[in-house]
Design a protein. Structure first.
Lengths: 371, 590
């Protein structure tokens, strides 16, 4: 072994992880506060607008989702076009659906482009700042872990979870640069906290060497791509879940029902969510294809066969097929929209199952949980 | 089809009766159903579901012994699961049926699409739609009358620019009153799609070929042993369906030394092996020069078209056994099978050559023996700190003379008489290296001479795997191409206004998902206005699309709601330039 274990670094790493989890917790509260506050503000704006315009709202009443005031006349029509079709059908994503979203008068929310609007949301800004801080501390934790062990920090369940949580947050922050996905904050940060806590409590493993089977450069390639794809799948899972809720809400409101899910005003309309999650899923699917292929190449090198239906291989295959089904569903009449979202959710549940249950309870060649 | 006609003649009242298809019609119907996207999607999802049981139940190809044990442990449903092939999921009739149907469906989908795409690649872009304003991206430009660019020149310029941008361009009616052009690019998208799906077939065929012509086997090598690649050289051999023993090249591998490094640093993993290194001497064939090589996990040897993998290891205590007559009946290393922590291993020694009675020993080998207060022995460390052999001994007929094969790691004691055992007065045999023990009743003796290490190697030959890799790489290349190349159509139409200005309108249409169509429209707009020095950067004159529903049947309904709101008063949404062409292109759902 070229490197020796540095226990001190390992202890620093654990301290950083704890600090990161604490910072994330505050960020989580800020994200939740943002949702609650914005929802309240928007509701107030809505009520006021409804009083003012009264019957003028009638023509926009088909689906007044996400558009607070009658001032956003053109956008009402646009939103209409987005959701008024049968639930199973969605338009192809051309820019026309989202281009003018930012012009919305009340600011907001169901802006399909997911670009940053002019309005300042103080709690959300605080939350993002705290997330950046937490991610920096988290990065320090991951790096010190790597230094302590003298290798890449993904050799057992503890390291998968801590590094995976970091990658999920980092990918989220990277996407935030381009798109206003702050409405996903509670979800992503909440998940990162759960992962860090689970790692520290249930899967804690001190710094150690790798078993010989993992000593290969393929560990770096295969696992890093798998972790990154999983992080992307995490984002799309959240978006697909919100898509289902939003599409239900849009239908309820269109049918004249009451809007019971006020916080969903911060979330773009179902179609925009679907289109963006499709784009992210496409990237993640290519990543997962590489995970599968590189895994096969490594399996050939380590075990003498590139495919042997080991439990982990089975589930990696199942995930690949489900997301392949998702991509096909988007091109199949009657399978877009809600059904595709369900496939995306099922795919992610398989990812989680593969990561947790299969790693721990299924016997196979991939039993490296380190427990 | 003729049958169908007859049917109709027979029925006196053809009121709302579905036409009978007949056998040919049925086949055609079935084929259409099978190759439809919906069926393919269904089969794909079914494949995912069908793969799951293989991870829930033990599988024969992975380990037949566990399956046998599982059936024994679950007498209520173990056999039922076997009858529906749940222990051979990936070779089962139902799993095969799903993937074969899926691939037939895939072929039935790929071939017509390939033909259609070949035709599309050779044909001109579709004719200019009558109302470009109905396209998802639409815009207009106005060239002042004093610029000296007539309609025909404008269309030529646009054609040049689009060609440079990678479009295939076809100019129509260049010198007419309303010249137009149709342009298309991104044919690689469908090519990528077809390559991806075809490559998947290639992967499947490669895997099948590997199963037909490949072989694999296992062998245990104690330090000093030599493996020769012939059928008798293997402990276990699994040939492919079309395997011939002449395929085996008689190379040899001798295990010189095997070293293990154990983790002595970390507390949690103390004693965990962190490195296995086997020093071997190889010969490509019996006459070739010997070569020193190192065999490690993740670093197989390549010899004679096969790969040799290090897959297991353990201790082999060396013993000498003398029979009742005082002759050496057996001498050498005995492979101890791993049972528990720290190389706690089981040992079975069968001595059929012992006379007058055959002898047998069964027990345990511990590299670092410890005994608890309760008398339970365990191994405290993986290295040879306090090696110990603990054995029971038996005599009698081992049943080997009958010729029926036996597991070398198991001893059937039913027909044997115990000599030494914990519950007998003679007690069990406990040996340290260098010590020996004389069996009771003058049956012989056993001495523990030392300990060697052994390794387990897997030898694999799979002629299909290189092709599987090539096809998999092709598939990925196709996948990326099909996801990230966008197929787009652009139409431009020009005309001359009554006051001499040259009016230009353009529209874009994407085939399939394309979230960057607006960017492309803006880019083309910029190219055109730069070329004509219009200085029109802000797309104020541009009209947003009347609908977001590109090639989608819903366009009509959605467009009615939206187009009115979006049309700016200066530029009417319809008939910006009076069209002479027919109706707009019919929109196909892909």
């Amino acid at each position: 072994m070229p490197f020796s274990i540095n226990e001190t670094m390992g202890q620093y790493s654990e301290l950083f992880m704890l600090l990161a989890a604490g910072t994330y917790t505050v960020a989580f509260i800020a994200f939740a506060w943002d949702l609650a506050k914005s929802s309240k503000t928007l509701r107030a704006v809505d009520l006021k607008a409804a009083e003012l315009s009264g019957a003028a709202e009638a023509d926009a009443a088909r689906v007044p989702v996400g558009v607070g005031a009658a001032a956003a006349g053109a956008d009402v029509a646009r939103s209409d076009a987005d959701v008024s079709g049968p639930a199973g059908r969605a338009e192809r994503p051309t820019s026309a659906t989202s281009r003018r979203g930012t012009a919305a008068g009340a600011g907001q929310t169901a802006d399909g482009s997911m670009r940053y609007a002019g309005e300042r949301r103080a709690p959300a800004r605080v939350a993002v700042a705290l997330t950046v801080l937490g991610a920096a501390i988290h990065a320090a934790g991951v790096i010190t872990r790597a230094l302590g062990a003298g290798r890449v920090p993904w050799g057992n369940m503890y390291e998968f979870l801590t590094t995976g949580a970091f990658v999920a947050v980092a990918v989220f922050l990277l996407v935030l640069i381009r798109r206003d996905l702050r409405f996903l904050g509670t979800f992503v940060i909440g998940l990162a906290i759960i992962m860090l806590v689970a790692a520290s409590i249930a899967f804690w493993t001190p710094v150690g060497h790798l078993v010989p089977a993992l000593q290969s450069y393929w560990l770096i390639i295969h696992v890093s791509i798998a972790v990154m794809s999983s992080a992307l799948f995490t984002l799309t899972f959240a978006m697909s879940a919100l898509q289902l809720v939003q599409s239900h809400r849009q239908k309820t409101i269109a049918a004249g029902g009451a809007d019971k899910l006020g916080f969903m005003r911060l979330v773009p309309n179902a179609l925009s969510l679907e289109n963006l999650s499709y784009r992210i899923n496409a990237i993640a699917f290519v990543g997962w294809t590489f995970t599968l292929m590189f895994g096969a190449i490594w399996a050939e090198k380590a075990w003498g066969r590139f495919w042997g239906w080991d439990t982990k291989e089975v589930w990696t295959f199942v995930i690949w097929v489900v997301y392949a089904g998702y991509l096909h569903a988007r091109a199949t009449r009657g399978w877009t929209g809600t059904r595709a979202a369900w496939l995306s959710i099922v795919g992610y549940l398989c990812v989680v199952f593969n990561f947790t249950i299969v790693n721990q309870f299924f016997n196979g060649l991939h039993s490296y949980s380190g427990l | 089809m003729s049958e169908r006609v007859n049917e109709k003649k027979k029925s006196p009242k053809p009121e709302a009766v579905l036409p009978t298809l007949g056998p040919l019609g049925m086949l055609r119907w079935a084929w259409t159903q099978l190759t439809s996207m919906r069926t393919a999607l269904f089969l794909l999802l079914l494949l995912a579901v069908a793969a799951v049981p293989g991870s829930l139940f033990p599988q024969r190809p992975a380990n037949p012994a566990i399956v046998t044990q599982y059936i024994k442990d679950h007498p209520d449903y173990g056999a039922i699961l076997d009858s529906v092939q749940l222990y051979d999921v990936y070779s089962s009739a139902w799993f095969s049926a799903i993937y074969i149907l899926l691939f037939v469906s895939l072929i039935g989908c790929v071939i017509p699409r390939a033909i259609a795409h070949y035709k599309a690649m050779r044909s001109q872009p579709p004719r200019t739609p009558a109302r470009l304003s109905r396209l998802p991206e639409y815009g207009t430009l106005v060239i002042p009358a004093d610029a000296g660019i007539p309609a025909s020149a404008a269309i030529t310029d646009a054609a040049e620019l689009l060609k440079k941008r990678g479009y295939r361009v076809d100019v129509r009616d260049r010198d007419g009153a309303r010249p137009s052009l149709g342009a298309e690019r991104g044919f690689l998208k469908e090519v990528g799609n077809l390559v991806f799906h075809t490559a998947l077939i290639g992967v499947l065929v490669s895997v099948a070929a590997g199963g037909l012509f490949g072989y694999s086997g296992q062998r245990i090598l104690v330090e000093g042993d030599t493996f020769v690649n012939t059928l008798v050289g293997y402990d276990q051999f699994t040939p492919g369906t079309n395997f011939q023993s002449s395929q085996l090249q008689p190379y040899s591998v001798q295990l010189d030394k095997f070293d293990i490094t154990f983790d002595r640093e970390s507390k949690g993993k103390f004693g965990q092996p962190i490195d296995f290194t086997a020093a071997v001497t190889t010969k490509e064939n019996p006459d070739a020069p010997a070569k020193k090589e190192v065999l490690k996990v993740n670093d197989p040897l390549s010899l004679g078209g096969t790969s040799v993998y290090l897959t297991g290891n353990g201790y082999a205590p060396v013993v000498t056994i003398r029979d009742g007559a005082g002759n050496v009946a057996m001498q050498g290393p005995v492979v101890a099978k791993l049972q528990g922590e720290n190389y706690y291993s089981s040992v079975v020694i069968k001595v059929p050559d012992a006379k007058p009675e055959q002898l047998a020993f069964a027990g345990f080998f511990l590299p670092t023996a410890f005994v608890t207060d309760q008398g339970v022995s365990f191994s405290g460390d993986p290295e040879l700190i306090n090696p110990q052999l603990t054995l029971n001994s038996y005599f009698g007929d081992l049943g080997l003379d009958a010729g029926s094969p036996q597991n070398v790691f198991e001893l059937d004691v039913k027909k044997l008489t115990p000599l030494n055992a914990r519950n007998l007065d003679t007690k069990g045999i406990v040996l340290a290296p260098g010590s020996s023990y004389t069996l009771p009743n003058g049956k012989g003796s056993i001495s523990f001479d030392g300990v060697k290490r052994y390794i387990g190697v897997d030898i694999h030959h799979n002629p299909g795997q290189l092709y599987a890799l090539i096809f998999a790489l092709l598939a990925v290349a196709g996948l990326v191409t099909s996801l990230y190349v966008n197929r787009r159509r652009v139409w431009v139409r020009t005309g001359t206004h009554e006051d001499g200005r040259t009016m230009v309108e353009y529209g874009l249409l994407a085939r399939g998902e394309d979230h960057r169509l607006a960017g492309e429209a803006a880019a083309i707009r910029k190219l055109l206005s730069d070329d004509w020095l219009l200085g029109d950067d802000a797309p104020t004159g541009s009209q947003p699309a009347p609908s977001a529903t590109a090639d989608n049947d819903r366009a009509d309904t959605a467009a009615n709601g939206a187009s009115g709101a979006d049309a700016s008063p200066e530029q009417p949404a319809e008939d910006f330039i009076q069209s002479t062409a027919g109706s707009s292109e019919s929109k196909k759902d892909q």
